[in-house]
Design a protein around this ligand. Structure first.
Ligand code: NAP
Ligand code: ZN
Ligand code: ZN
Length: 348
């Protein structure tokens, strides 16, 4: 067994604190990774605080993991000792259902994908995530990471990156389209970068006036501060595609009204409460309100390769793990530019 140092949550209300546990030794198909950096996703907060229900404690959050391979099992083909590697939100799936065969393991119909933390492996033992010193994962679910990019800034691509890249590919965001990004946090700033890179004309919607200049630097052609509803009304019917990354309840109808005929609003932000939809927001203009979850392993690799080629990374603030509870508080005040990344050296 592998001694692993970590930070864990023990119930929905207490701060995270140090915890030691053991991981299984790598098997023939496994890769053992020394974790170097782990991004902090708002999903970590939702799950630590049991906002989605069913949380498993102790919980070691973290699904934006990058590090170095320290051991590769006998039949591992993609990795050797010393390689950079990444792990995102999934560590296994059934591999047999239609979704898995299509490379969309996040939608696995054979019992669901095994998530990197707050879940159970097929043998029932809990999974523990990246706020820890090491992780052991079947190579099928391990991503190759380029050494051309700033490594800590790559970590958030494993969730914030793929979650915004995947729906834009699915709905074919492209040059000449008018695209809107709602919420400028971890997911939002990656959505902005990708929409801009795909050639769309991009509008950032934000509740935070202080983020306007940053949004422009990150690729927005226009920034709309949404505190005044009049600012939205002026844009009715103008957008081909909207991606909503907001982590809290908000009025979705105000955004559906911004879509053109046949336009789509894809919800990736996952507030704990329902977002009521007025049917006329959809009926008028044959609009679609859709959702999307992360992305499959094949597409995650495609996204990482695309980022290496186009020099795209996350804008990060690095923290030692001892500051994780303060980082959560700051995220809840929308005070993060634009992703916290934990320097795992602080755990050793
Ligand atoms: P984050 O960094 O905290 O950003 C969320 C942003 O939403 C904030 O920065 C803020 O942007 C805006 N916001 C927050 N509260 C708001 C409110 N009450 N009204 C309007 N806007 C508000 O979070 P994140 O890590 O990007 O995650 C965003 C959401 O996506 C979370 O719910 C997370 O669980 C979910 N998620 C889903 C998937 C998926 O597969 N679908 C994957 C990862 C994460 P402004 O300051 O610009 O307004
Ligand atoms: Zn995430
Ligand atoms: Zn499956």
């Amino acid at each position: 067994m592998l001694k692993t140092a970590a930070y864990a949550a023990f119930d929905p209300r207490s701060p995270l604190k140090p915890w030691n546990f053991e991981r299984k030794d790598p098997g023939a198909r496994d890769v053992q990774i020394e974790i170097l950096y782990c991004g902090v996703c708002h999903s970590d907060i939702h799950q630590v605080r049991d906002e989605w229900g069913g949380s498993i404690y102790p919980m070691v959050p973290g699904h934006e993991i990058v590090g170095r391979v320290i051991k590769a099992g006998a039949s591992v083909k993609k990795f050797k000792e010393g390689d950079l590697a990444g792990v995102g939100c999934m560590v296994d799936s059934c591999r047999e259902c239609d979704a898995c065969r299509d490379g969309e393991e996040q939608y696995c119909e054979g019992g669901g994908a095994v998530l990197t933390y707050n879940a159970r492996y097929r043998d029932g033992t809990p999974t523990y995530g990246g706020y820890s010193t090491t992780i052991v994962v079947d190579e099928t679910f391990v991503l190759k990471v380029s050494n051309k990019l700033n490594l800590p800034a790559v970590a958030p691509l494993l969730c914030a990156g793929i979650t915004t890249y995947s729906p834009m590919k699915h709905w074919k965001v492209s040059k000449g389209q008018r695209v809107g990004v709602v919420g400028l946090g971890g997911l939002g700033h990656m959505a902005l970068k990708f929409a801009h890179a795909f050639g769309a004309n991009v509008t950032q919607f934000s509740t935070s006036p202080g983020k306007e200049a940053d949004a422009k630097k990150l690729g927005a052609d226009e920034v709309v501060i949404t505190r005044d509803p009049e600012n939205l009304k002026k844009l009715a019917g103008k957008f081909d595609f909207l991606i909503d990354t907001v982590s809290a309840p908000h009025d979705i109808n105000a955004y559906l009204a911004l879509l053109r005929r046949n336009g789509t609003l894809v919800q990736v932000g996952a507030p704990e409460k329902p977002l009521p939809v007025t049917v006329f927001s959809l009926i008028m203009g044959r609009r679609s309100f859709a959702g999307s979850a992360i992305g499959g392993i094949r597409e995650t690799q495609e996204m990482l390769d695309y980022c290496a080629e186009h020099n795209i990374v996350s804008d990060i603030e690095m923290i030692p793990i001892q500051q994780i509870n303060t980082a959560y508080e700051r995220m809840l005040r929308n005070d993060v530019k634009y992703r916290f990344v934990i320097d795992i050296a602080s755990l050793k």
